[in-house]
Each structure stands twice: as structure tokens, then as C-alpha cells.
Ligand binder design. Structure first.
Ligand SMILES: N[C@@H](CCC(=O)N[C@@H](CS)C(=O)NCC(=O)O)C(=O)O
Length: 208
């Protein structure tokens, strides 16, 4: 049985989304780093950096949310999340690294301002700088999505999931995506998926 460790209101959400997409049985252990629960010796044996999420699957123990999603896709999402052909698989790797290095940093910078700051302490300078840094990755996505519905081709794969979880940060920070209409349409389709909704329900239950 797979176990995902990490409270849902964190980057663990993207792994919950992937597990829900794969339709695989899993347990969720909502390790809460804000309560020091990621600093136990058991958790740090998986991630010495004491950051969530982490995943255990039999002999496999790993961290890094986007890598976890590639693992889930490769092992439990063949033909769906993980394309059968080498070209599609290459796209999934490419877009995952694009998410980690191009899309997530400015998205996360904005999200931090919304989650951890109040209206009074939120830095407009940081928000504006992150918005500026989001322009190039959004332009890249817009160009690709003008000629195909999903990032690896005709169907939703882990390429979409791993990029959408970064673009969704912009959605959650009142970012105007209208200059990139294909991206706006694509992120709405991604967020309308039943597995995304299931992940959202887990987050809402945790927050209640
Ligand atoms: N690149 C890592 C980032 C993990 C990360 O920063 N997780 C945060 C929660 S979203 C965390 O556990 N922070 C703990 C801390 O900063 O002490 C990933 O994508 O998994």
C-alpha cells in the first residue's frame, strides 16, 4: 500500500491529485511540518531536509513532490498519466523540469504572500516581481497550447498535472491569465477534473 506523508494544505496536494488521477489505493498520513512532525527521525530518514511531501511504496521511499508524481505516473498511470511512447514520456520529463525551474518559483513567491501574509503585510513589490517572472513561462505554455489541447499531446498526462500545480498558484493569487487565453482554458480544464476536485475535498476537510 502506498502512503503519502504530508498535510494536504502544502505541496502534498499535487501528489494527492496524482494519486487520485491514478486511481490507486493509498493511505494519507497528514504529517504537519508546522507542528514539528517532519522533524522526527522516522520522517527524516526519508527526507533529511524535513520537508513534505514524502511517499512510501514498499521498498521505495522518496521525497520531492514532482518526482513523486513522476513515480506515481510511471508505476500506476501507464497509458494515462504516463504515456506509452518515448516521445510522450520525454515531454513529461521536460514539462516537470519546466515546472520546477520556470513556473513554480514565481508562482510560489506570489502564493507565499497570499497564504502567510495579511492584506496589510503583503508585499506588492514581491507580487509584481513574481508576476513579471511569470510572463515568460506563460508565453511558452500559450504557444504550445495553441496547437494541442494538453502539454504532451492529445490527452492529459503527468506533464499537465506537474505544470498545472504551479500555474494554479497564480490562479489562487488573483493573477489575470486573460492575456494567455489557451493557458486559461487549459488550467480551467485541469482544475475541473474529478481527481483535482477530490484533492480539493481532502484539503477542505483538513482545513475544517
Ligand atoms: N521542492 C520540494 C519543496 C518541499 C517543501 O518546501 N515543502 C514545504 C511544505 S509545502 C515544507 O515541508 N516546509 C517545511 C519547512 O520549511 O520547514 C517539493 O516540491 O517537494
Amino acid at each position: 500500500m502506498i502512503t503519502l506523508l504530508g498535510k494536504a494544505i502544502s505541496r502534498s496536494a499535487r501528489c494527492l491529485w496524482a494519486l487520485e488521477e491514478a486511481g490507486v489505493d493509498y493511505e494519507h498520513n497528514p504529517v504537519d511540518y508546522t507542528k514539528g512532525e517532519a522533524k522526527t527521525s522516522d520522517f527524516m530518514a526519508i527526507n533529511p531536509g524535513a520537508k513534505i511531501p514524502a511517499l512510501i511504496d514498499g521498498d521505495v521511499a522518496m521525497f520531492e513532490s514532482l518526482a513523486i508524481n513522476l513515480y506515481v505516473a510511471q508505476n500506476y498511470g501507464k497509458g494515462g498519466l504516463w504515456p506509452d511512447d518515448a516521445a510522450g514520456q520525454a515531454q513529461c520529463l521536460q514539462w516537470t523540469l519546466f515546472s520546477a525551474t520556470e513556473a513554480e518559483p514565481p508562482g510560489a513567491a506570489r502564493l507565499v504572500q497570499f497564504i502567510f501574509r495579511t492584506d496589510e503585510t503583503r508585499s506588492q513589490e514581491v507580487l509584481d516581481d513574481a508576476a513579471e517572472r511569470s510572463q515568460a513561462p506563460l508565453a511558452t505554455l500559450e504557444t504550445v497550447l495553441q496547437s494541442q489541447p494538453y502539454l504532451a499531446g492529445d490527452s492529459f498526462t503527468v506533464a499537465d498535472l506537474n505544470v498545472a500545480c504551479s500555474v494554479e498558484y497564480l490562479v489562487r493569487t488573483d493573477f489575470d491569465l486573460s492575456p494567455w487565453p489557451q493557458v486559461q482554458d487549459w488550467i480551467e480544464r485541469c482544475m475541473a477534473r474529478p481527481a483535482f476536485q477530490a484533492m480539493t475535498a481532502i484539503k477542505e476537510k483538513e482545513a475544517a
